[in-house]
Design a protein around this ligand. Structure first.
Ligand code: MN3
Length: 256
């Protein structure tokens, strides 16, 4: 990042660019503004680092590769962040570059559109994924996110069981995604196929779980269920709670 550019300057660039891409990135840009608030948390910080100097950018992991051991191994984290995520950042920038020429060959349009959503979704989901994991984490959530989970799913245990089943049931490559739906002021879990978020428009992603094989195969081979079980031990509920509170304050200021 250009040292002369303030965080606020950076964020004013994030919002219009992300809004152009669509609902998913627009919601992420909303979250990214959180980095400018008191009580900054890691979700907002990483999202703010995910677009810099006029381009999408790979945000640094907020911990060392080995920090999530034994639940997620260092080699997987290194490959996943440095290779896979970087490829989505590069693919998204390439798609934007093609669009910004203003002259897309009609025969190339389906490919450009596919690259936009595949790589854009991948970039945002991975950024929030890194931010919502931490060493010495897991357990049950505290604060407003815990209340929202109880309201939306009955109990934390019921939510955990439901989310686990959604993640386990993803066919092929994809994600499970806990999101905030502002119209109903409630939380919902959505299935993501590859990186294409199948969510209610306007919902804001809060807690994504990557169940692509590249996220777990080195350590867990084909046993996705063991990986999901281990992932609960690294969920950074403090980060999820911070993101939830900030987003809800934007949509429901009268209820704060
Ligand atoms: Mn991945």
């Amino acid at each position: 990042m250009n040292k002369a550019m303030s965080r606020r300057d950076m964020l004013t660039q994030v919002v219009p660019a992300a809004a152009f891409v669509g609902v998913g990135l627009n919601s992420a840009a909303l979250l990214a503004q959180q980095a400018d608030q008191p009580g900054e948390n890691v979700v907002g910080r990483l999202l703010a680092a995910a677009y810099q100097n006029g381009q999408y950018a790979l945000p640094p992991l907020p911990y060392a590769y080995e920090a999530l051991e034994p639940h997620i191994d260092a080699k997987t984290m290194q490959l996943h962040h440095d290779k896979h995520h970087l490829a989505y950042v590069n693919g998204l920038n390439a798609a934007m570059k093609a669009i910004q020429t203003g002259n897309i060959d009609p025969t190339a349009l389906p490919t450009v559109q596919r690259n936009l959503s595949f790589n854009g979704g991948g970039h945002i989901l991975h950024t929030i994924f890194w931010a919502t994991m931490a060493p010495n984490a897991g357990g049950a959530p505290q604060g407003p996110i815990a209340d929202a989970i109880n309201k939306s799913f009955g109990s934390f245990d019921a939510f955990k069981d439901y989310f686990t089943k959604v993640a386990a049931g993803v066919k092929g490559s994809g994600w499970a995604l806990l999101s905030y739906e502002p119209l109903g002021d409630q939380l919902m879990v959505f299935e993501v196929n590859e990186h294409d978020t199948k969510l209610i428009a306007g919902s804001v992603p809060l807690l994504p779980l990557d169940v692509w094989e590249h996220a777990y195969y080195l350590k867990y081979q084909n046993v996705r269920a063991d990986y999901i079980k281990a992932w609960w031990n690294v969920v950074n509920w403090s980060a999820v709670n911070g993101a939830y509170q900030w987003v809800r304050a934007r949509y429901r200021p009268q209820q704060q």
